[in-house]
Unconditional design. Sequence first.
Length: 256
Amino acid sequence: MRNSVESSDICIAYPVVGEVKWQRIAALAKNGASVTVNCDSQDAARGLSKAAAKAGVTINVHIDIDSGLHRGGIPCEDELAIRRLADEIRSLPGLELAGITTYRSTGFLGAPNPADAGHAEGRLLVEVADRLRAKGVLVSEVTAGSTPTGKWVAQVPGITEVRAGNYVFNDLMQLDHGIASEDQLALSVLCTVVSKHTGGHLTIDGATVARRPSAVMPAVWALAELLPPLLRGPWIGGFLWSALMKSMVSHARRKM
């Protein structure tokens, strides 16, 4: 994370723990950014508060709610723990309780289709927000959603923001979920099939041997340059390269 600010509104959509990281977040706010961070523990809130107070800034906090995926957050049914963390955040210098957030998507056992999952996720979080408000806790922002469920979460009254990672790119995950069609994919590569003797598999002239990184990476970096500055970094080339290789193989299989 760089301390120079190239965006005035930064959301770190996961709990941040560690003194150095807290200091970097405070430095971003010190340089003029409006920073929002997820939090699901009092220890993290206190550490973030200490860094913010020392820098003389205010950092927005979203309480991270576990709505069923179990990859982090306070369980949605634990109203007491959620309320305690909300009260803690409101009492600490340098912090502003901005709202609550969750990520559930469709990756949990027994998940319904993306539309039903999105509606359920949104309603669940709005209910948590309403219970907090009934106890006198101001909840301004209620954010949820994922790439598969984002458009349906947005339909739930009371949701103020949708957080969806690779949603804007239209990739194979969206194609597999039926959210995007093939002609809506952001990137595809045409390759020659050179062998298809093994049932269900084929070999293409276009993978890492024929299109070695030294030949393809300039085009990958050219694509990366189209991204907003905060989304660029040393990782983006490798990310796009991996996505490119996966796209080539999966697209070829579909064309068999």
